[in-house]
Every structure is written in structure tokens, then in C-alpha cells.
Design a protein around this ligand. Structure first.
Ligand code: 13P
Length: 247
């Protein structure tokens, strides 16, 4: 009932010709994606060009972030309207790298989320614990607190995808086991249930060292509805491999 979503977060990778080649590589295999939705999230600067490459295919476009103001003197920032006009349907919000390196807080995640959905974008809201928090048994309380703060006074859950990305598994080659991931996804499903009676229709993605070789086992879990992929989304063959393993 929930359509699997596999999203590639290219992060700060790819110069122009690489970005176009990667987008083309994904589009070439799009006929084999079945019911699975594929999404690419290139750096802002390549959004329009990647959109030209993918727009006739089923592959969707997303941005990696947005600013919550409409326009004005905010040097270096990108608005929801800009992202939409570049062809995006989706935007990532609250990625742990934004939290870690760029001062993102639960409060600013909430502001970005509201602007994204008010502008007609689907927001992929990221949350996850770090290694110390997991080791100290704090995973579940961190997840609850990030969830409650991100979705404070929010009710447009039909425009939301949640992504569980344990920080200790991002870019480290360590993946959460399917059981560890399912445990948190189940908790998130319960938190969604407290907010909306449509909780069963909302996709919860897993992110953290997803590869073609571990995707099938993860997707077999009942509350894992797809992936947010970093490193392995930078090679078309690997990204396509993950999608095919998720069918
Ligand atoms: P990796 O797949 O490189 O671990 O990155 C995950 C991620 O942060 C996706 O947003």
C-alpha cells in the first residue's frame, strides 16, 4: 500500500558533466523500476540541468535543503519557490550533516518543513541518533524528541516522508541491522499514529550505508518503505541495483 521510494542524496558531489552522466545513467534503467519511485537530489546548481535529463522519465527531482523565507537579502540561500521552479517535487529537510556542520536545529527543521509543504513540496524529514546516544541507550528518546520538535504544530502529514538515518551508519560502511532499523521505524510509525489517522500511508525511509547488497534484507522489514542513499547513489549502477533489490 505504501509505494517504495528510493532517493539518492548526492550531497556535495558531482561537477556538471558528472551530474548529467549520473542522471542519464539512472534514467536509462527507469523502465526496470516497476512500482518503485526513484528520486535524485543533486546539488542546487545542477537541479535545472538534471531536470532536463529526467523530466520525460518517471525519475523525480528533489533538493537537499531550502530556506524558510520567501525572498530577499539572504545571501547564499535558496527558496522553496526556486526549488519548485527548477522542477523539484521533493526536498530533504534536517539532514544530520546540516545539523552537524551548519547549525540546523529542531526548530529550524520545523520552519523549513512548514515552508516546504506550504509551497507544495514533499518534505523528507531526517532524524537519527549518534553513536554515543545509541551506546547509552538513548536512541528511542532522541528519536521521539527529534520527531516531536520537527513536527510541532504540524498536520500536513500527507506531504511528508520520514527518513531514519542513524549518524553512526552514515558514510561509515556500518549499516543498522534490519532489526535495529525496523525497531526505530516501528517507533516512528507509532509516533505518526499519535499525529494522524493516515499514519499507515506515510513512508519511512532508512538511510546509512545502503548498498545493492543490503537493500533487499532491509526492505523486507514491514516498516521500511525505501531508502535515502548517499555514497551508493553516486554510481548509477549501484543506485539502480538498490532500486532493483527493493522491488
Ligand atoms: P551513505 O549512504 O553514504 O551512508 O549516506 C546516507 C545519507 O546520509 C543519505 O542522506
Amino acid at each position: 500500500m505504501r509505494k517504495t521510494l528510493v532517493a539518492g542524496n548526492w550531497k556535495m558531489n558531482m561537477v556538471a558533466d558528472e551530474a548529467l552522466a549520473l542522471a542519464k545513467g539512472v534514467v536509462q534503467s527507469a523502465g526496470e523500476f516497476g512500482q518503485t519511485e526513484a528520486l535524485v537530489c543533486p546539488p542546487y546548481i545542477w537541479l535545472s540541468q538534471v531536470n532536463e535529463t529526467i523530466k520525460k522519465s518517471t525519475v523525480k527531482l528533489g533538493a537537499q535543503d531550502l530556506f524558510w523565507e520567501d525572498k530577499g537579502a539572504f545571501t547564499g540561500e535558496i527558496s522553496a519557490a526556486m526549488i519548485k521552479s527548477a522542477g523539484c517535487d521533493y526536498v530533504i529537510v534536517g539532514h544530520s550533516e546540516r545539523r552537524q556542520f551548519f547549525g540546523e536545529t529542531d526548530r529550524t527543521v520545523n520552519k523549513r518543513l512548514n515552508k516546504a509543504v506550504d509551497s507544495g513540496l514533499i518534505a523528507i524529514v531526517c532524524l537519527g541518533e549518534n553513536f554515543q546516544q545509541r551506546e547509552s541507550g538513548l536512541t528511542s528518546s532522541i528519536i521521539s524528541s527529534q520527531f516531536e520538535n520537527a513536527f510541532l504544530n504540524f498536520d500536513q502529514f500527507d506531504k511528508v516522508v520520514v527518513a531514519y538515518e542513524p549518524i553512526w551508519a552514515i558514510g561509515t560502511g556500518k549499516t543498522a541491522s534490519p532489526e535495529q532499523a525496523q525497531e526505530v521505524h516501528q517507533q516512528l510509525r507509532g509516533l505518526l499514529e499519535q499525529k494522524t489517522d493516515k499514519y499507515d500511508t506515510i513512508r519511512i525511509l532508512y538511510g546509512g550505508s545502503v548498498k545493492p547488497g543490503n537493500a533487499a534484507e532491509l526492505i523486507s522489514k514491514p516498516d521500511i518503505d525505501g531508502f535515502l542513499v548517499g555514497g551508493a547513489s553516486l554510481k548509477a549502477a549501484d543506485f539502480v541495483g538498490i532500486i532493483k533489490s527493493s522491488l
